[in-house]
Design a protein around this ligand. Structure first.
Ligand code: BGC
Length: 271
């Protein structure tokens, strides 16, 4: 059963960073189901990226795998040259790549701090900059979309929920919230739409320990009013909508997709 039925992205070209696994992989497949050609960016998991390319081709879609570390300017520039060189232009960037390197605050190394900032924040900056350059060069192509390009930033509920033991991660996501809004404000005039999705607890390798055992899952569910742990498909569906003209008037917004995690569930009985 396909996730997406309507071909709302027919003819468009998308790049999804960090899409060899997890939420990024689901987003890539869903964009392809909606008719887009999709570039699968990966840093080291060439095999995973190849599997997602195969999956998209099996659905009758078009995909390529592109290697780049999003925190490295030269690699990002080369990746965009490769994608734009292959398909002529780009219509959708999903800034998805992100990592967690957790530690109690006083044990957190400068390397852990800098690496998380480099991937989660600088990586989104570098990729968005290349995408905006291309969107400005090409402008609106009415047959494809009523906007000149769409950027969707994958953030986290921790762009507003503080997270002890994860100070580098939550700081990067908090920074991303204002990055997204400031960029959206700057480029809306050029008909470029920038928005974000902020997932809550989604079953992926990044948070395996939080849902892997029944005890851990029961603990996690206390934080989720809707009483289920999320699936990557929950995020992928929303990203397709944000990339399509169905959301044309949505500019600079964050969609929290979290089963209600941001509703302060502790206050259901307390307060
Ligand atoms: C983190 C996950 C965590 C979720 C909810 C995400 O941004 O990457 O590890 O389970 O937020 O706390």
């Amino acid at each position: 059963m396909p996730l997406i039925i309507e071909k709302s992205l027919a003819g468009q070209r998308a790049l999804v960073t960090g899409s060899s696994s997890g939420i990024g992989a689901a987003i890539a497949v869903a964009l392809a189901e909606a008719g887009a050609r999709v570039a699968i960016n990966y840093m080291s998991d060439a095999e995973g990226a190849g599997e997602i390319v195969d999956q998209i081709q099996a659905l009758g879609g078009e995909a390529i795998a592109v290697q780049a570390d999003v925190s490295q300017e030269d690699q990002v520039i080369a990746m965009f040259q490769q994608v734009i060189g292959t398909w002529g232009s780009l219509d959708i960037l999903v800034n998805n790549a992100g990592i967690q390197l957790d530690a109690p605050f006083v044990e957190m190394t400068l390397k852990q701090w800098e690496t998380v900032m480099a991937v989660n924040l600088t990586g989104q900056f570098l990729c968005a900059r290349e995408a905006v350059k291309e969107f400005l060069r090409r402008g609106v192509v009415p047959e494809l979309s009523c906007s000149a390009g769409k950027i969707i930033c994958n953030s986290s509920v921790h762009d507003i929920i503080p997270w002890a033991g994860h100070v580098n991660y939550s700081a990067s996501k908090g920074g991303l919230l204002m990055f997204m809004k400031s960029l959206a404000q700057e480029v809306a005039h050029d008909k470029i739409r920038v928005n974000a999705v902020s997932p809550g607890a989604i079953k992926t390798p990044i948070n395996r320990s939080a849902w892997e055992t029944p005890e851990a899952e029961a603990d996690l569910l206390k934080l989720i009013p809707y009483e289920r742990v999320g699936e990557s498909a929950d995020i992928a569906r929303a990203v397709v909508w944000l990339a399509s003209d169905a959301s044309d008037y949505v500019v600079g917004t964050t969609l929290y997709i979290d089963g209600g995690m941001t509703l302060y569930p502790g206050f259901r009985e307390g307060g």
